[in-house]
Design a protein around this ligand. Sequence first.
Ligand code: NAD
Length: 327
Amino acid sequence: MTKVLVTGGCGFIGSNFIHYILDKYPNCNLVNLDLLTYAGNLENLKSIEDNPNYKFVKGDISNREFIFDLFEKEKFNIVINFAAESHVDRSVNDPSIFINTNVLGTQILLDASLKYNIDRYHQVSTDEVYGDLPLDRPDLFFTEETPLNPSSPYSASKACADLLVSSYNRTYGLNTTISRCSNNYGPYQFPEKLIPLMIYKALNNEQLPVYGNGKNVRDWLHVYDHCVAIDYIVHNGTSGEVYNIGGHNEKTNLEVVETILSTLDKNFDLISYVSDRPGHDLRYAIDPSKIEKDFNWIPKYNFNSGIKETINWYLDNTTWINNVLNK
Ligand code: NAD
């Protein structure tokens, strides 16, 4: 039986991934290791907590002794690392914890994976490691060959982790893959990120803060499509390879906010322009042709259908939002 370690499984993407995997592979044995920082929420996994093939372990990926003990005890075949400090604004205010978790934590997981002969180590990374693209060059996209050029302490820590993963593949022959995905949206996202934050504020008739002129462009992918892509890569990806994941759903931040306001039947007067984020990336856009070609991966959602479903999820789960914010 395959034994999988998912780290950061109580966060947004990790918890969606665990639901997806346990649905798809009922015989898979899965351990979720999470430190339960402000972003981790056991409530996301309440419906599966009694599943005999699922186990939650609280712990820190940057605690070497703890990680080695866990690997010794559990005998994993596959490691999928979602655990990270993930919010750019927080990294601007205090980069140090980003280095500790995202860089040192990754290195410790790699060391343990090597020692315990893991079959596949997968690193969940981000398109932000490529830096940004100019707004006036819509013909440009990030490919897997685009040089790493991160802008924020967050993306720098993720780029550093990616380089460590590649080096363990090349130097020690560890079987690794890396995925770099665009911005995700969907259920269970902590309401500090753009989409759930704006939904929450709009529902409460609060001002919706938009950085700068709102023209920065992001490529949005529904979290379900990200989970499907990671599953393909973990099972069929070639060791040592990087795979970009994106949905060709480029939107300015202002377009996203206006879509949320119109869907909720709220007035655009709620929009409030605030000083821009330092070093704010202009445009992210992924070329996903490698994963489309290698695995016939096609996103199920387009932005219009996905955002409506997501807004409805937050409308149906206001208790979840309030519990997360009051934690
Ligand atoms: P998140 O912040 O919602 O969740 C992160 C999880 O990691 C939380 O449950 C937290 O408790 C846990 N964690 C943090 N530090 C830990 C530590 N030291 N040890 C163990 N657990 C720890 O993040 P997310 O949005 O779900 O992102 C998951 C991964 O996907 C991250 O690596 C992120 O860089 C990457 N990613 C995110 C997006 C996006 O749009 N959200 C896009 C591309 C890639």
